[in-house]
Design a protein around this ligand. Structure first.
Ligand SMILES: [Zn+2]
Length: 127
């Protein structure tokens, strides 16, 4: 049976430490985030690392990076936050400055409503 120690070994064998102290994941990646096939699922390497070294992640929480390096799996650089906190963290770091066009896309993506639904608002708002 797998133990947490095995998982720690698995993670430690596939990363290197960079000059900032980040543990850069060397395995497969998806959108810059390290991924790992574990117990039949592909899971974010940073999430697994958090669980292996820091403990379980409560349901619905995200594992965020204090170092802003998506492929980093250093448990000291990882913290648990809600989606909202993660967004706030992003905007504090200046990453949340979406253009009007991006905001519109995000809104559509979130609500799942088709493009046309917002046409009136957009025409009024941005012309
Ligand atoms: Zn890091």
């Amino acid at each position: 049976m797998r133990t947490e120690g095995d998982l720690q070994d698995k993670l430690l064998n596939k990363m290197h430490v960079d000059e900032n102290g980040c543990w850069i994941w060397e395995g497969s990646r998806c959108r810059n985030y390290g991924t790992l096939y574990h117990k039949g699922l592909t899971i974010g390497a940073h999430r697994l690392s958090y669980e292996a070294f820091n403990g379980p992640i409560a349901k619905g929480l995200l594992v965020c990076h204090s170092c802003d390096v998506p492929s980093c799996i250093n448990p000291d650089h990882l913290w648990l936050g809600t989606q909202k906190e993660n967004m706030q963290d992003c905007s504090k770091k200046g990453r949340g400055n979406h253009s009007a066009e991006t905001k519109r896309k995000i809104r559509i993506a979130r609500t799942g409503k088709p493009r046309g639904t917002y046409k009136k608002t957009i025409d009024l708002g941005y012309q």
